[in-house]
Design a protein around this ligand. Structure first.
Ligand code: PGA
Length: 247
C-alpha cells in the first residue's frame, strides 16, 4: 500500500485527477469504478477541465458506480445518478450506455439487480481503477462496519452514522433513504488498482484505523491493506492521527 499525504483538498483532487487521466491516456477503453460524495467532487471538476482542454477522451471509457440509495428515482436530486450527471457525465463525451449505477426502485428484486451488476462488471473485463472515498466510520462504498462483510454487490441497511453524515444533502435526516445497493468488498478488491481519497479532520480517525497495519471488518477500509495495488491520498488534516511509525 502506498500512502501519500498532500497539503490540502485541492492537491488531493489534482493528484487523483492526474492518476485517472493517466490511465485514460494509456488505455482508451479504461474501466473506471467511481465514487460519489463530497470527496471526489474536486477530482471530477479537474477531469472535466482536462476533457475541455482535449487532454482526455471519454468516448470508449466504461464506468461502474459503487453504490446508490434504494427507492430514489434516478432523477431525484440526491440520487447518485444525478450526482454523476451533474459532476461528470453531462460535461464529457461518455456514452450513457457505458455507464452503470446500481438502481433498485422499491419494486425491483434487489437480488436480481445485484447479480446483473456483478455480471456487467465481469463482462467489461473487471475494473481497472476503483476510486473510493471513506466514511467517518471507515466504510467504503456502503460496506458498513459489521462482524461479517459481503463479498459481492448487495442490499445494505445504512448505519446510523452514515445516515447522519449524509443528511447534510437532504431536507432532514428522515428523508435519507435507509437502504442502498453497494458493491461488496470482493467487487472492490477485484479492481486492478484502488485509489482511496480522504480529506478533512472528520476522516482522521477512519484513516488512522484503516491504514495502521491491522485489519478488521469493523473498519471495512482496512481490508484494502490486503490489496496489492492501493494508493491512499490524504490531506494533512485527514492524516493528522497517523503516527509516523505506521508509514
Ligand atoms: P464524503 O463521503 O466524500 O461525502 O465524505 C465519503 C463516503 O461516505 O464514502
Amino acid at each position: 500500500m502506498d500512502l501519500k499525504i498532500v497539503d490540502n483538498y485541492s492537491k488531493m483532487s489534482e493528484m487523483a485527477a492526474n492518476i485517472v487521466a493517466g490511465l485514460m491516456q494509456s488505455k482508451k477503453d479504461a474501466v473506471l469504478g467511481l465514487a460519489t460524495g463530497s470527496t471526489p467532487e474536486g477530482m471530477y471538476a479537474r477531469l472535466v477541465e482536462m476533457y475541455r482542454q482535449g487532454k482526455i477522451d471519454f468516448n470508449s471509457v466504461v464506468t461502474f458506480n459503487l453504490d446508490e440509495y434504494v427507492g430514489l428515482a434516478p432523477d431525484h436530486p440526491q440520487s447518485y445518478h444525478q450526482y454523476m450527471k451533474k459532476n461528470l457525465f453531462d460535461h464529457v463525451n461518455i456514452k450513457p450506455s457505458n455507464t452503470s449505477i446500481p438502481h433498485c426502485s422499491g419494486n425491483d428484486n434487489p437480488g436480481e439487480v445485484c447479480a446483473e451488476f456483478e455480471t456487467k462488471i465481469k463482462q467489461a473485463g473487471g475494473i481497472d481503477l476503483q476510486v473510493l472515498g471513506i466514511g467517518v466510520n471507515g466504510h467504503i462504498g456502503f460496506n458498513e462496519p459489521a462482524s461479517h462483510l459481503r463479498t459481492t454487490t448487495h442490499l445494505v441497511e445504512l448505519a446510523e452514522e452514515t445516515i447522519k453524515a449524509n443528511s447534510r444533502f437532504f431536507e432532514s435526516v428522515d428523508k435519507v433513504p435507509r437502504k442502498a445497493i453497494t458493491m461488496g468488498m470482493g467487487s472492490i478488491m477485484g479492481a486492478k488498482k484502488v485509489l482511496l481519497l480522504a480529506s478533512g479532520e472528520n476522516k482522521a480517525e477512519a484513516v488512522r484505523d484503516s491504514f495502521s497495519g491491522f485489519i478488521s471488518t469493523e473498519t471495512p477500509a482496512s481490508l484494502l491493506q490486503l490489496h496489492r495495488d492501493v494508493l491512499v491520498v490524504v490531506d494533512q488534516e485527514a492524516a493528522s492521527l497517523i503516527k509516523s511509525s505506521f508509514l
